[in-house]
Write a protein that binds this ligand. Structure first.
Ligand code: PLP
Length: 420
């Protein structure tokens, strides 16, 4: 069981709404910082441990700045994400660049920032060399194929577009070695929203064993291993969070048995998690606009899938709290919908909630990762504001809501007048 308590009351939100109308995303700074410290403390005995926050999960520079203060780096996969990390004051060892099908300008930017460049394919070695030049340290992304079972969201590794095969890793590192590269990293990312801690320990063991093999065969030394992201969160109240202590303990044991035993220490151990860092500490706050009863009972919100698409896209569960009705019995069954002209624009289907009224305020939980970030403008819908609940209880807007002018910014209506 995990508690689905809120860091704010209905009264707090009513006050916030005087300045920032619903819908909005609100992030709990205190909880994000405490969580970051919890992760660091769990991994304190894992050599060289560092987390690179996956920017795509919550691409807001204010959040990145907070995480940098807590000692995290950023895992970027596009030029805008690299720029966001840079704006948050990150460079060099703070930046991991894990992309795929990568354009040359992104490699150039990643190299200019001095970040770790993680190549997705063997052909990217010559591409990187041609456009940006080879950096001092190069990392490859490994796709274990049939050697590792996948999980539901990311699918089977052998069906995934990412990474090098095992054979390509040996070939790729020997190409780099022969070109004079002396510092190496190895990465994989094979899970998404995985709740079993053993999965991550097994991934670490696979990578450590591979490092032993490659180091011996090619006579090279690895400086870091990046175990990827994908640590899940308990979206449902009955689920349990992943024990980071259990993951760290398992990783440390595997490290001792492989890396230490083969004299390959020091090897730094990195993670690039997104979801588990901010996911549980963000909420989409939305108000009930209409109630509708036909063949089913519907609660129509002032937000939609453009603000949080996980339920519509994956059928994902997001817990919902009706503010001020926390103690009321969830005795009524509703579909909670947005206003998009798509029938999968539902935040919840057949959800038991207290009796709803127009004007009720809902907090949709676990929207702090892959929430606002996945927003879109289909159907002319606008992305909402992002607010930060500070440790002292004050609230700052860290991204304003989109306006109709933003939506039309790429159209030229003057040109339209003369067009026939
Ligand atoms: C999405 C992604 C992550 C972060 O995944 P989470 O599930 O948010 O932890 C990390 N690395 C890569 C390469 C990714 O694509």
């Amino acid at each position: 069981m995990v508690s689905k308590d809120l860091p704010f009351t209905r009264e707090n939100i009513l006050k916030i709404m005087e300045k920032y109308p619903t819908p909005f995303h609100i992030y709990d700074e205190k909880a994000i910082r405490e969580n970051a410290r919890r992760m660091k403390s769990a991994f304190k005995d894992v050599p060289g441990f560092k987390e690179f926050f996956a920017v795509k999960a919550l691409p807001n520079p204010f959040i990145l700045k907070i995480l940098k203060e807590e000692g995290f780096g950023a895992d970027c996969s596009s030029l805008p994400e690299l720029i966001l990390a840079e704006k948050a004051g990150m460079s060099g060892d703070d930046i991991m660049f894990s992309s795929n099908d990568t354009p040359s300008d992104e490699f150039i930017k990643a190299k200019d920032l001095g970040g770790f460049i993680n190549l997705d394919d063997i052909t990217h070695i010559s591409y990187l060399e041609e456009y940006a030049g080879l950096p001092e340290i190069v990392c490859f992304r490994y796709n274990p194929g049939p050697l590792k079972e996948g999980n539901a969201i990311i699918g089977k590794p052998e069906e995934a577009k990412y990474g090098f095969t095992r054979e390509q890793l040996f070939e790729g590192y020997s190409i780099l070695r022969d070109k004079g590269v002396k510092r190496f990293g190895l990465h994989t990312m094979v899970a998404s929203n995985e709740l079993n801690p053993d999965y991550f320990v097994e991934t670490a063991r696979i990578l450590f064993e591979l490092i032993v093999e490659i180091s011996k065969e090619l006579g090279i030394r690895f400086e870091f291993v990046n175990l990827g992201g994908g640590i899940g969160i308990p979206y449902r109240p009955e689920q349990e969070p992943v024990s980071l202590e259990a993951v760290a303990k398992g990783v440390k044991e595997a490290y001792d048995a492989t890396i230490i035993a083969n004299g390959l220490a020091p090897l730094k151990v990195y993670l690039e998690c997104g979801r588990v860092i901010t996911g549980p500490y963000g909420y989409l706050v939305s108000q009930v606009r209409h109630l509708k009863s036909t063949y089913k009972d519907y609660v129509g919100l002032d937000s939609c899938m453009a603000n949080l698409m996980r339920p519509g896209m994956y059928g994902a569960y997001h817990h919902i709290t009706v503010l001020g009705k926390e103690k009321k019995a969830p005795a009524h069954k509703y579909d909670v919908t947005g206003s998009l002209c798509e029938n999968n624009d539902k935040f919840a289907i057949d959800r038991m909630l207290p009796e709803m009224e127009v004007g009720d305020i809902l907090a949709i939980h676990d929207a702090g990762a892959h929430g606002h970030a996945m927003g879109f403008n289909y159907n002319g819908k606008l992305r909402s504001a992002e607010l930060l609940l500070r440790e002292d209880g004050s609230v700052v807007q860290i991204r304003r809501a989109e306006t109709i002018e933003d939506y039309f910014a790429t159209l030229d209506f003057e040109q339209l007048k003369g067009f026939r």
